[in-house]
Design a protein around this ligand. Structure first.
Ligand code: VG1
Ligand code: CO
Length: 542
């Protein structure tokens, strides 16, 4: 039976870079998840009788909110819900399922790389029919609706069995429980040369994949071990846990340190990789070399034609503004378009839909292509494997040759986490005020060439997104970028992105932080990081 439940708005349900993210106890407040889900439905038109895809990364609260979402979809008039068995769907798999089944949209429950558990993070994101995150037009409407909501609608009756594949009904609505892995694995087989990768594993190629107790475990087991013949144990920490085993499921050098150290040892495997909580990020480490996400984007773009799915070449490349310009040089050589978007995958959707870009990437360990509308961790890993299987060279040699040809973009991100919110806004405000005066300023050998607050004009729908990060560009192509995170759940996180272009191969062996030292000092001098935040050091360096 459908029931209308009276409710009162919460003031803080503003979707950030990637949906609504809050601590679990915030989500456990009465009607909190219900309000947000109803605000999403109230902001959409024309879904009566259509299909909604629902799935999440298995973190704490996943099942409860999945049940709520399904019961609310039934009461709001959706015709069918497709849900991954056990409530599981990686973010890229959910994107694929939305596209493949022609769904109206989907709800993805995740807080991505943020930790999970009773006191950690949870999140809800709405994706549209192209499989990608809702554009700002919709997320703004959802936020506006959440501020005035006074009722939500839910079906009350029998509970759905989430653990048995097949069709059932919830009142007037059909519920289809699907295998969360099968459709996604089949898609990967169409893009990559599985025979060549299988032969490489048969020849003794060794790989370590860390699923970080998160959602990619079952996907990696099926694809790497069952379908590609990698030895059992290649995928480790492969059982998703509600609290990710107490770790941050964030595939970076801090939270995947064990993998990094293993890959730097003398007897390291040939290839190391990891993915995050919801399976959309990737970490790539070769024997003796970490590949920065910005370099990985450039390398994948330069070599994509070696995989069957991209043999016809790329239409264009897109990267988020803070991502290094390494990929720009590849686009230039290939003679294809290069697009610079604000942070967040939602900005790639239009370019992909319009056939302007084939491969996209972000410095935050996100890479993907037009096969879905989300970044895709395992996709990046498989494209790397395909390239390695064809080129038959170690990762290190491939990266160093790339630098020799294109030059090296030294790159690092410094995060100052859980900074007091007001202090962070004051820092950004002060920075904005001095932007116009910066050009021409000399700091040691560095001279500021230009400074602005990044605005994006979407070439497809003409929409404009302002205040997307402050860029200070120096003569010679170096730069520092400052922005506040839109995914954090405690205080503010200041991200400082630092990049230096080095054409001279004799200098490509420098240690990254050393190569960037003068820019790091300049960033502090320009933004007054210590002075505003009281922090002498970043919390995380990637
Ligand atoms: C971060 C990253 C951004 C990414 C976003 C979502 O956002 O910087 O590149 O798209 O997370 O990724 P922010 O606003 O905190 O900098 V995920 O894997 O959390 O969906
Ligand atoms: Co993620």
């Amino acid at each position: 039976m459908n029931r209308d439940v009276a409710t009162r708005p919460y003031a803080d349900q503003k979707p950030g870079t990637s949906g609504l993210r809050k601590k679990v106890p915030v989500f456990q407040q009465q009607n909190y998840a219900e309000n947000f889900i109803q605000s999403v439905f109230d902001s959409l038109d024309g879904y009566a009788g259509r299909t909604l895809v629902v799935g999440g990364d298995g973190r704490y609260l996943n099942r409860e909110v999945i049940r709520t979402a399904i019961a609310m979809a039934a009461a709001n008039g959706f015709g069918r819900v497709i849900v991954g068995r056990g409530g599981i769907l990686s973010t890229p798999a959910a994107s694929h399922v939305i596209r493949m089944y022609g769904a109206f949209g989907g709800l993805i429950l995740s807080a991505s790389h943020n930790p999970g558990g009773p006191h950690e993070d949870f999140g809800i994101k709405y994706n549209i029919g192209n499989g990608g995150p809702a554009p700002e037009k919709i997320t703004d409407a959802v936020f506006a609706r959440s501020k005035v909501i006074d009722r939500y609608r839910i079906f009350e009756g029998a509970a759905v069995d989430l653990d048995t594949i097949g069709l059932s009904r919830l009142g007037p609505m059909e519920v289809e429980v699907i295998d969360p892995v099968a459709d996604y694995a089949a898609l990967m087989e169409t893009l990559f040369n599985f025979d060549a990768i299988r032969a490489m594993f048969r020849g003794g190629f060794r790989m370590a994949f860390d699923a970080m107790h998160a959602v990619t475990g079952p996907y990696a087991k099926e694809i790497l071990e069952n379908r590609l013949g990698a030895p059992a144990g290649t995928a480790r920490n492969a059982v998703p846990l509600p609290d990710f085993g107490g770790h941050h499921p964030d595939p970076n050098l801090v939270h995947a340190k064990d993998l990094y150290e293993e890959m730097m040892a003398a007897d390291a495997p040939d290839f190391g990789a990891a993915s995050d909580g919801d399976g959309d990020r990737n970490l790539i480490i070769g024997k003796g070399i970490f590949v920065t996400p910005s370099d990985s984007l450039a390398l994948l773009a330069a070599n994509a034609h070696l995989a069957p799915g991209y043999a016809g070449g790329l239409k264009g490349i897109a990267r988020s503004m803070p991502t290094s310009a390494a990929a720009d040089r590849v686009a230039q050589k290939l003679g294809i378009g290069m697009y610079e978007t604000p942070t967040g995958w939602k900005f790639f959707g239009n370019l992909l839909d319009a056939g302007m870009a084939t491969i996209c990437g972000e410095e935050s360990a996100g890479t993907g292509s037009d096969h879905v509308r989300e970044k895709d961790g395992l996709w990046a890993v498989l494209l790397w494997l395909n390239i390695l299987a064809v080129r038959k060279e170690p990762v290190k040699a491939i990266v160093e040759k790339h630098w020799a040809e294109f030059g090296r973009n030294f790159y690092s991100r410094h995060d100052y986490e859980a900074v007091e919110t007001d202090a962070a806004s004051r820092l950004m405000d002060a920075l904005r005020e001095k932007l116009a005066a910066l050009p021409g300023t000399r700091m040691g050998d560095l001279v500021v060439a230009a400074a602005d607050d990044f605005s994006y004009h979407d070439p497809v729908d003409g929409s404009v997104s302002r205040n997307q990060g402050i860029r200070v560009l120096f003569e010679g192509g170096s730069r520092v970028v400052f922005r506040l995170s839109g995914t954090g759940t405690s205080g503010a996180t200041l991200r400082v992105y630092i990049e230096r272009y080095e054409p001279d191969p004799a200098k490509h062996g420098l240690e990254t932080q050393a190569a960037l030292a003068d820019l790091i000092a300049a960033a502090d001098a320009i933004a007054g990081i210590r002075e505003h935040t009281g922090r002498a050091e970043p919390t995380v360096i990637t």
